[in-house]
Write a protein that binds this ligand. Sequence first.
Ligand SMILES: Nc1ncnc2c1ncn2[C@@H]1O[C@H](COP(=O)(O)OP(=O)(O)OP(=O)(O)O)[C@@H](O)[C@H]1O
Length: 448
Amino acid sequence: MSDQDSSSSTSASQTEEELEMDGEVNGEVNGEVEGEQEEDIDRSSERSAAPSLSSFSSSLRAIIRIKQKYQAMKKRRQELALGLGGAGNPTGAAPRTSPKIFTFDGLTPIAYSTLAAAPQRKKRRRRKRVLFPNSGGCRAPPRQEQSRAKYCLYLLFAIVFMQVYNAIENLDDHVLRYDLEGLEKTLRREVFGQQGAVEGLLSHLKDYLSTYVHNKPLVVSLHGPSGVGKSHLGRLLAGHFRSVVGETLVLQYYVLHHCPQEANALHCASDLSAIISEMVERAEEEEKIPLFIFDEAEHMHDEILDVLSQLVASKQSNEYLNAIYLFLSNLGHAHITKHMLHNSSSISMGMSASGRHSNLVKELTPILRNTLEKLHILWTEADILPLGLLEKGHVMECFLDEMTREGFYPDHTNIERLAGEIEYYPTVGGHEYSQTGCKQVVAKVNLL
Ligand SMILES: Nc1ncnc2c1ncn2[C@@H]1O[C@H](COP(=O)(O)OP(=O)(O)OP(=O)(O)O)[C@@H](O)[C@H]1O
């Protein structure tokens, strides 16, 4: 066979295969498409007719074969069409296929049920097979070495947590035992015009009582002019501590009462030292903190001050460190009065009482400390708190309180009249300060 023949036969067989593939792939092509295919074949046969006779004959043969094959395919398709849907088609022609739309109408309940009943293929979980190279192909994962240090660390954390928790609980118990909230309420209710000093004192007490271990006792020294409430504050504090730590752990020492004669000062000092030692030892046994209040401290003899300064500075044993010393005196009162009268005009009217007092403390403490340290070394150990002058309004509150206590009707005009009888410093910056505080209140009410 010539090259031309072989090429034409190859092209013919290619065409045949293409057609066959077309026939198989596009089994659903409609009649119109078939017609077009027929025309295409005719055209391709015309095109394949070569000018030479031999090529023409081979092409013709190929065309005939294709034609035959096509006829056979067409016939087969018609038969197929007749067999499936052609029953209702009287002409026997292949029905025109149209795009099929799926609906659920044709599905019977049985069909649904069969679908539902169809065994659901259970997804089998593939077991993961992990081969660990270091475990000699063993399937189980190698056991990790549990570190003992890790457990020890957890244990340590737990212990530390318990200790901290316990310490906090104990400290809370400790503060609760002294009922500082109750004390605060009492002082705020009973003491007039000294909010700053009250806050300062409470803050010292809170700081001191919220820890167990002390390296020094708490020493607070209240200073102020006459009648501003130093003894009053001391009495309230003593009453509160008696109720929380007991009668035996509170000492109120009035030097003019306990040691009026200066000649007995040495003896008084040793007596006082013995009393304090006994009380701190008892307090240590009872795990409580005793309170020592020294009123009229400006009258205390040097011998007594010496003993007290030794006790306060004593680092010999723990019981001396767990104690509260409160000194009440009018030492330095002239500085306080002067400061208040000179600075009242510059004190802002909008400033709160505690704000005014913190200013007072800030400005007066160095002056007072300087004066007090010259008097005795004891004051170097003390926290100094100045009490300010009382205003007319505070004096009226003192009258109201005293009259109510004594059972008098608290008539406002009467109170104003009584407060007017008290002597005041010339008004400065809108403040009218009493020269004697509330000192005369009790006496005046008694005369009613
Ligand atoms: N700030 C105050 N609040 C309430 N009452 C007060 C105040 N200051 C004084 N008093 C009343 O006045 C009386 C006398 O006050 P207190 O004895 O406390 O004065 P003092 O500052 O100790 O004076 P002194 O230095 O002369 O002893 C008290 O019994 C109290 O009733």
